[in-house]
Design a protein. Structure first.
Length: 376
């Protein structure tokens, strides 16, 4: 599969600087408040801090150029703790107390699912990096956009990759999340299409051992396992698979099987031959270089890159509808993202017209990576 880089992020940040510049259009007004709701702690704690940092950096850059039509941009950051209850509390503060115009960067699907109703009920725009298919089936009234490839795209790619490795008897181990049952269904479809078999199991991500679940999985003698959890539970799952003597292929999301996991596992043999996958960033683009500089990361993750896009596009949409209420801003933002992703990103991706946030998703694919003994 090939990809074309059209420098979408370069175009967007250039536009962000441009709309701040014309003096004839500038007017004094109240600051524009944006809220980031990212996992500064918890299972997603590796990703939340740079996401919030990039949002703040964009605001500083736009303010230095004169603001949005003369209005200063203020970014207020909150920690969702990778927890739905904590996410709801933080979202209520951002919406009810801080009066933000948009909430940006929700990461875990469970958090986004819990927070989304607060946003559409208050007509506060929500930009998310969550992938669960169920999110864009919510009655969000157009106040929700996601830029992350959904579960269907990601799991299908992971399943196809396992099959390409020669796996025929697949098994999915996934924690109780909004994407759990859908992940099992999609992997089942992939296995059936390839002439193989599939079974799945949903587990409690708070357990300290999954030996019972692993033993149940291994009864079907799988030669390929999708480990679809987050870092804390995947650490335990991989250890228990290793102790049980499993020798088949393992694939998991890069947000879970990362450097932090390797450090916590503490034994390179456990991750030997384990593959990870993640949506690709716009490699080689000037905008990615900006994200590197803003975040301080040599290799920015896709979630930090998406927040870069979220903030830029929200501010560009606001520049088009300054003085208008939420519905106009939502309409403009949706069409702006649809234009940017369908024309200038990885190519056009379209699903059911009834699901505009999915229609606006950038087309991306998962790139497998194999972890060696040195953790690379």
């Amino acid at each position: 599969m090939s990809r074309k880089n059209f420098g979408r992020r370069v175009a967007l940040i250039t536009g962000a600087a441009a709309f701040a510049a014309p003096a004839v259009l500038r007017a004094q007004g109240e600051p524009i408040k944006l809220g980031t709701l990212t996992p500064l702690t918890g299972a997603g704690g590796t990703y939340g801090p740079p996401m919030a940092k990039v949002a703040q950096a964009i605001a500083e850059e736009v303010n230095a150029a004169g603001g949005v039509m003369g209005r200063k941009v203020v970014v207020i950051s909150e920690d969702d703790q990778t927890n739905p209850d904590a996410g709801v509390r933080a979202a209520r503060k951002l919406i009810d107390v801080d009066k933000v115009s948009a909430v940006i960067g929700t990461w875990a699907s469970a958090v986004t699912t819990a927070v989304a109703p607060l946003c559409w009920e208050s007509k506060t725009f929500l930009c998310t990096t969550s992938g669960a298919d169920s999110i864009t089936l919510l009655p969000h009234q157009g106040y929700l956009i996601r830029t992350q490839p959904n579960t269907l795209l990601q799991v299908t790619r992971a399943g196809d990759f396992l099959v390409s490795l020669g796996a025929k008897k697949l098994f999915t181990l996934v924690p109780q999340t909004p994407f759990a049952q859908r992940t099992i269904e999609i992997m089942g479809d992939v296995a059936k299409k390839a002439g193989g078999t599939h079974s799945g199991l949903i587990y409690d991500d708070k357990k300290t051992t999954y030996r019972t679940e692993v033993d149940q999985a291994l009864r079907s003698a799988p030669d390929g396992i999708l480990a679809a959890g987050y870092t804390p539970d995947t650490v335990v799952v991989l250890k228990d698979l290793y102790r049980a003597g499993y020798k088949g292929k393992i694939v998991g999301q890069a947000y879970a099987i990362n450097q932090k996991l390797i450090e916590q596992v503490g034994q390179n043999d456990i991750v030997e031959g384990v593959y990870t996958y993640a949506p690709s960033v716009a490699e080689g683009s000037g905008a990615l270089e900006r994200v590197k500089k803003m975040s301080g990361l040599a290799n920015p993750d896709p979630y930090t890159s998406q927040v870069y896009d979220h903030v830029t596009m929200v501010l560009m949409a606001m520049a088009l509808v300054i003085g208008c209420a939420g519905a106009a801003a939502a309409w403009a933002l949706y069409h702006l993202i649809a234009l940017a992703t369908n024309i200038a990103y990885y190519g056009r991706f379209s699903v059911a017209p009834a699901s505009p946030p999915d229609h606006a998703c950038a087309k991306a694919w998962a790139r497998p990576h194999a972890h060696g003994r040195d953790g690379t």
